[in-house]
Design a protein around this ligand. Structure first.
Ligand code: IPE
Ligand code: IPE
Ligand code: MG
Length: 258
């Protein structure tokens, strides 16, 4: 009896989700959604679990959100997975986080390929353990011809370093005569960033109640719509994601105009 009720509830909630998706798809879908996935540690602490349990749970949410992003027709989903500042954490936690891409891709790479997802990475490859980099590079290689959702992992990413690196690159190119003072503008500068060939995010989501950017895409977020929620990342789900998209659809973007 209870099983039947459970099944009925599950069916009902998935049909609700379908209906919601259809409604949302009738309006403007953000092309690029960026997410600061925060609150894994607090989620674990609330349950008297080690912080890494929160990271493990958070990994499952990545799957849910990338699938619904694909279904909605979002072109790019950028997920902040590890910042250049996160190296400050205890070694055991960092080691665990560095194993996650491997675990995730081991489990889901076939599914990502089947769903036509293109995996990318944005961040410094320096300091990343070999096994982390290998797993990512394999996924990038095997999905490079897919033309569905771009699933862009920001890993060992920090926006200030990204900007400094871009400036250094420009200085080198200028010495080599490839670029001059007159040739530099916003568009060209963007191409020197790690997000080159991606449009700026239309929508930024941050979970866990923190209202800050924590060194994430400082240049690219200039005109992005922000959406914050107190929900911790491991508790985040498709319905919350749709809440964010619906809110985005109500916003009036002016880009400085009227
Ligand atoms: C986000 O959760 C994941 C990473 C930053 C890697 P946190 O680990 O920051 O969780 P809180 O913010 O401590 O709860
Ligand atoms: C930002 O979260 C980085 C990621 C989500 C990967 P943090 O938890 O590191 O940010 P702060 O320290 O609270 O600003
Ligand atoms: Mg945090």
């Amino acid at each position: 009896m209870f099983e039947k009720i459970k099944l009925w509830r599950k069916k009902k909630s998935s049909s609700n989700l379908r209906e919601r998706i259809e409604m949302i798809k009738k309006r403007e879908i953000p092309a690029h959604v960026a997410v600061i996935m925060d609150g894994n540690g607090r989620w674990a602490r609330k349950r008297n679990l080690p912080r890494i349990a929160g990271h493990k749970e958070g990994m499952m949410v990545v799957r849910k959100i990338s699938r619904i992003a694909g279904e909605l027709g979002i072109k790019t989903l950028t997920l902040y997975a590890f910042s250049t500042e996160n190296w400050k954490r205890p070694k055991t936690e960092v080691d665990f986080l560095m194993k996650l891409p491997q675990d995730y891709l081991n489990d889901y790479l076939p599914e990502l390929i089947e769903e036509n997802v293109q995996v990318r990475m944005m961040g410094s490859k320096q300091n990343l353990p070999k096994h982390t980099l290998n797993a990512l590079e394999k996924a990038i290689q095997e999905t490079k011809n897919n033309n569905g959702l771009i699933l862009n992992f920001a890993l060992n990413y920090g926006s200030r370093t990204e900007i400094i690196e871009a400036v250094k690159h420009i200085i080198r190119d200028s010495r080599d005569g490839k670029i001059g003072e007159d040739g530099l503008n916003e568009e060209i500068f963007s191409q020197y960033l790690m997000s080159n060939n991606l449009p700026d995010p239309d929508l930024l989501i941050r979970t866990s109640g923190e209202i800050r950017l924590s060194n994430f895409m400082l240049w690219q977020l200039a005109y992005t719509e922000f959406w914050f929620t107190d929900v911790l990342w491991p508790d985040f789900n498709e319905q919350f994601f749709l809440d964010a998209i619906e809110e985005f659809q109500k916003r009036q973007r002016r880009f400085g105009g009227v």
